[in-house]
Design a protein around this ligand. Structure first.
Ligand code: ATP
Ligand code: MG
Length: 360
């Protein structure tokens, strides 16, 4: 086992005008499950492939433990990869598929079989060892692909969207299995996904990327509660955080004509227009006389225990979209106008220009 360090790592593709991954500094601790998440094209796979040695590093260094692997060939890095397209060998049974890399590496038959049995037990694949891949379900095939990686007893797992071939329901159950398995094996893991829900539910910590640049690395809860900028605020959470433009006001920020109080330390940092962030569950419905922001309800999504209420507000003449989580029994109707406000400790304030977090 080992830690992983990206130190100012960069990947500039030939002919590219800016790096696909720029000045990446990221420390993955020994045994940690780190998830790399971000929109399509932000540089997740490139970062992962740089660690695996499949992509040239054009600047900076990458270390596994104390060992600088920047110029070490992929085979000597002791990393096992699981890809989205984990093509299994169709003519080989499950056991041989799992053992194949070990055979190539010259591991003896007895040792191979012992490791395959061990992995099959972990993955609930024991009854299928003699079957060919075509006689397996999608989820079982995915587990065979995991098994191929596990039998190698690598120092580091690299996984690039390994669940994206599975249907939605299987994806949810498999992500729990992978997270539990990783915890049991304790192997340092870097896991790539574009799905923020997957990232939040699986990762010990989550690294959020945008346009080749790392934005924030934190525990799922910290990311949710203290996003470092407008991008992370909008990317993490579903439905997304409400992001509304606002002006500085007396002891708070002003959305349209409505004053939202913020704490004193945050207020002291505001020196121009801001973006205000409020999670759907952080809105409080109040009466009109209490001066909440008026929202005209356009859609109501009933979920049983609660509901998501979508509506429109007026932001100084510009229509704005708002989503509110409402508890069962307090759900307004389509067409109704509700008034909402929030409490100072639940209001996120970001600089209107740079998008940087101002809230304490
Ligand atoms: N071989 C290549 N040559 C040139 N540019 C590339 C190459 N591979 C990727 N890129 C570019 O580098 C950027 C990052 O690509 P990368 O595959 O790392 O994104 P990603 O975050 O994994 O996206 P996705 O979620 O779609 O898989 C993209 O702009 C992509 O077009
Ligand atoms: Mg990718």
């Amino acid at each position: 086992m080992a830690s992983v360090s990206y130190r100012g790592a960069e990947r500039l593709y030939p002919g590219g005008d800016r790096p696909a991954v720029a000045d990446l500094n990221l420390e993955v601790e020994d045994g940690e499950f780190m998830v790399l998440v971000g929109p399509s094209g932000c540089g997740k796979s490139t970062s992962l492939r740089m660690l695996a040695g499949l992509e040239e590093v054009t600047g900076g260094r990458i270390l596994i433990g104390d060992h600088d692997v920047t110029d070490v060939p992929p085979k000597e890095r002791d990393i096992a990869m699981v890809f989205q397209n984990y093509a299994l060998y169709p003519h080989m049974n499950v056991a041989d598929n799992m053992a194949f890399a070990l055979k190539l590496a010259g591991v003896g038959k007895e040792e191979r079989m012992a490791r395959v049995r061990e992995a099959a037990k972990l993955l609930d694949l024991e009854p299928y060892l003699e079957r060919k891949p075509k006689a397996l379900s999608g989820g079982q095939r995915q587990r065979v692909a995991m098994g191929r990686a596990i039998v190698r007893h690598p120092q580091v797992f690299c996984m690039d969207e390994p669940l994206s071939n599975l249907d939605a329901k299987l994806r949810v159950s498999t992500r729990t299995q992978i997270a539990a398995l990783q915890q049991r094996l304790g192997i340092t893991t870097l896991y790539v996904t574009h799905d923020q829900v997957e990232a939040m539910t699986m990762g010990d910590r989550v690294a959020v990327m945008k346009d080749g640049v790392l934005q924030q690395v934190d525990s799922p809860l910290r990311l949710y509660e203290r996003p470092t900028n407008v991008f992370v605020a909008g990317f993490i959470g579903s439905p997304a955080m409400n992001l509304l433009s606002a002006k500085p006001g007396d002891g708070g920020v002003v959305i349209d004509n409505h004053l939202l109080p913020v704490d004193r330390a945050t207020a002291s940092k505001i020196d121009g227009d801001v973006t205000v962030g409020i999670r759907p569950e952080a809105w409080r419905m109040v009466s009109e006389s209490e001066g909440g922001l008026p929202v005209r309800v356009t859609v109501v999504e009933e979920l049983g225990a609660d509901a998501y209420v979508y509506g429109q507000c007026d932001l100084d003449g510009v229509p704005g979209q708002v989503v509110i989580r409402a508890a069962a029994g307090r759900v307004p109707h389509k067409g109704e106008t509700v008034h909402v406000t929030s409490d100072p400790d639940r209001v996120h304030v970001f600089d209107g220009g740079s998008g940087r977090r101002l809230s304490t």
